[in-house]
Design a protein around this ligand. Structure first.
Ligand SMILES: Cc1cc2nc3c(=O)[nH]c(=O)nc-3n(C[C@H](O)[C@H](O)[C@H](O)COP(=O)(O)O)c2cc1C
Length: 184
């Protein structure tokens, strides 16, 4: 798929058919995540890939209780090793870098899933302690987000974004500004 099409194709899907992803289908999605930029290439992340029936069985409803979660085909629980990052970058930057690492990786995975015809939904509002318990995540790893993936049941509308003028400030003066702007 063209990159510009892929960006518009990805959207949060909250209705799935119940079709389970196989490990072979999951592999390229995970690979895309692992190729993401990350702080100093420390790869502070660890992903728990819940393949097939394990995804819904382990996570629904204790970890995330939305009814549509019962029909997801796979889940990626993204965790970060805060200690490793804080040791290298200090408390504040270490924590921030870990979240950025996870964000970059999960977006790569969401795009790879969309490219393969799957839907996904990023979940931040889950119960991290229940997640730890159900998935068996050790203390040194902090669950940050879950990416639910599956075969979409229908196509959700593309959600609007605020106007670019409100969200982008161009810093670009004179002739350069005109040439950049006119080619945008
Ligand atoms: C950090 C983060 C947390 C999110 N948490 C949830 C969540 O807990 N439940 C949910 O249904 N969607 C969640 N989403 C998805 C957003 O609601 C969604 O991306 C946003 O509304 C824009 O819609 P779109 O992804 O279809 O463009 C989350 C997204 C992000 C990036």
């Amino acid at each position: 798929m063209e990159f510009s099409d892929l960006i518009l194709c990805r959207r949060s899907v909250r209705a799935y058919t119940g079709e389970l992803l196989t490990r072979a289908q999951a592999e390229p999605i995970l690979d895309a995540g692992l190729r993401a930029p990350n702080a100093c290439n420390l790869q502070s992340w660890h992903f728990y890939a819940l393949i097939g029936a394990d995804a819904a069985e382990l996570l629904y409803p204790d970890v995330y209780a939305a009814p549509w979660f019962e029909k997801i085909g796979m889940a990626v629980v993204a965790t970060v090793d805060d200690a490793a990052l804080r040791e290298r970058f200090g408390e504040e930057k270490g924590t921030s870098f870990g979240i950025q690492d996870i964000g970059a990786a999960l977006e790569n995975m969401a795009l790879a899933a969309a490219d393969a015809g799957f839907g996904s939904c990023w979940i931040g509002a889950f119960d991290p302690e229940a997640c730890r318990r159900k998935v068996g995540i050790p203390r040194k790893r902090r669950p940050v987000a879950i990416l639910a993936i599956g075969r979409p049941d229908g196509t959700p509308d593309l959600r609007d974004r605020k106007p670019k003028e409100e969200k982008v400030t161009y810093i670009c003066s004179g002739r350069d500004f005109d040439s950049v702007y006119s080619h945008a």
